[in-house]
Write a new protein. Structure first.
Ligand code: SF4
Length: 243
């Protein structure tokens, strides 16, 4: 029986999750509970529709001309896409056979042995580091950060290119000492191609309300330009350019 993916949704012409024009596949299920999550409707493993890997690749192939002229490809996101590590591996393998660039958008909350299924076929990882301090990570996401940091080191050891993403949440992830600690960690990784700082926003709040969930960060405003500049400056002091 062909492997089936539980697909939350598909965006066919994404431009912010990896280089060029991207086919973005959002897989269902996430073990994290980030307080600022704007995709909380992807948390459950049984939402969305079942698609076989063959059905997905047949759809992805239609967009090859767009990938070619824009140097794009497929990005698999979520939820936490590595939860479906087997289908992810099968899909990425088929993509590589079609010479399609593969990108994984993940929190890195993944057992390293599962990575064997998909990392050999992964061209780029967009790695969200939610917090460098374990206790604060736990408070912000509900889980510890050990898996994420181990995953980051593993990607370095395998020499897989990484774009780091860090969400700046005032009062939660903007402490200068934590940012310095994050910079020191990033300096140990020589496979980082890009660091993106994402200002916290409240755009996902309506989904929380629709799902009857309490949104704890209602009182938190997005960071100001000045707050973002101060954080960018810390990265610069460590010789890390941010976008
Ligand atoms: S890892 Fe992503 S999908 Fe999961 S809770 Fe955090 S922000 Fe939401």
């Amino acid at each position: 029986m062909p492997s089936q993916a539980r697909v939350h949704s598909i965006e066919t012409c994404g431009t912010v999750d990896g280089p060029g024009i991207r086919y973005i596949l959002f897989l269902a299920g996430c073990p994290l509970r980030c307080k600022y999550c704007h995709n909380c409707d992807t948390w459950k493993k049984n939402v969305g529709e079942l698609m076989t890997v063959e059905e997905i690749i047949a759809d992805v192939i239609k967009y090859k001309p767009y990938f070619k002229f824009s140097k794009g490809g497929i990005t698999v996101s979520g939820g936490e896409p590595t939860l479906q590590w087997q289908v992810l591996g099968e899909l990425f393998k088929l993509c590589k056979a079609e010479e399609i660039h593969t990108c994984l958008d993940t929190s890195g909350y993944c057992d390293l042995d599962k990575g064997e299924a998909f990392l050999p076929y992964t061209d780029l990882v967009l790695l969200d580091i939610k917090h460098i301090d374990n206790e604060k990570h736990k408070a912000l996401t509900g889980v510890e950060n050990h898996k994420t940091l181990a995953f980051a080191r593993h990607l370095r050891d395998r020499n897989i290119p990484v774009w780091i993403r860090y969400v700046v949440v005032p009062g939660y992830s903007d402490d200068p000492l934590d940012i310095e600690k994050l910079c020191r960690f990033l300096k140990t990784l020589d496979n980082i191609q890009r660091v993106e700082l994402l200002p916290y926003h409240k755009m996902g709040i309506s989904k929380w309300q629709e799902m009857g969930l309490a949104y704890e960060l209602e009182h938190v405003d997005p960071p100001t330009e000045d707050q973002m500049k101060r954080i960018r400056k810390i990265f610069e002091e460590y010789g890390i350019q941010t976008y």
